[in-house]
Design a protein around this ligand. Sequence first.
Ligand SMILES: C[S@@+](CC[C@H](N)C(=O)[O-])C[C@H]1O[C@@H](n2cnc3c(N)ncnc32)[C@H](O)[C@@H]1O
Length: 265
Amino acid sequence: MSDLIKNGSYVLIFLDGKRNWIREVKEDGTFHSNKGQIQYNDLIGTSYGRVVKSHSGIQFQIHKPSLTDIQTSMGKKTRISTNIVYPKDAGIILIESSIGAGSEVVEAGTGSGALTFVLANAVGSTGKVYTYEAREDIYQTAKMTLEKYTPTKNIIMHNKDILEGVEEKDVDAVVLDLATPWEVVEHAFNALKPSHYFASYSPTINQVMKTHEALSIDGQWGMLKTLEVLQREIRVKPNATRPKTWMVAHTGYMTFARKLYDGYS
Ligand SMILES: C[S@@+](CC[C@H](N)C(=O)[O-])C[C@H]1O[C@@H](n2cnc3c(N)ncnc32)[C@H](O)[C@@H]1O
């Protein structure tokens, strides 16, 4: 049975890779673009995946927004926005930190909530994401965005500096995307279950080195590793299939470690 679009559903209105929009369908409302208008009443009660024509005859695909669509939309620049963790990096953070259904995860900072959204989707209704954001304005904006896209109530938001301490204990993973992750290493150690996962996302090598240094003291952490993910899209055309000329060359480095029970003595 296919999922039908309702009043209040979110849809991806897709023209091409650059021109696509996530919109809430509102009865009697209209989608406007420079390629024409679409009446939302024409979508209500119909299936996702259809192609519809705007009043000026341009064809748009109508889809249910994917995780990638929603996550990427959170990175679009607004008055209050932060650099987000993109899908290629979020995927490896989930796998390397074994985050899945039922996991309890501490995250900082929340930022635009793009990674929080992916974590919440992965842990599902039986897990929890505890996310810390120091700035009040960013916290409020992320709260609004996350309430829009995550129907499950599995996100606990703290408007708090994580350097003041982590309130949760015995969590499965601590995931950091903030300027000074090395300052959070001790708090992460105290919050994690033994053998569980520290993950940190940093744009610069200097941050990676400081984080490794903090993870190396006292022999408390094992299996340290840092990696980056490069994603190259392929342009597929008859007799001209090859990588696209431009790619995002760098987003961030990801550092992972596991908490040791007794440590090295
Ligand atoms: C790069 S953004 C995080 C983006 C987020 N991962 C996403 O995908 O949308 C970094 C955020 O960390 C917050 N931050 C920095 N230091 C912090 C701290 N000590 N405790 C809590 N939040 C902090 C900043 O205010 C900022 O919003």
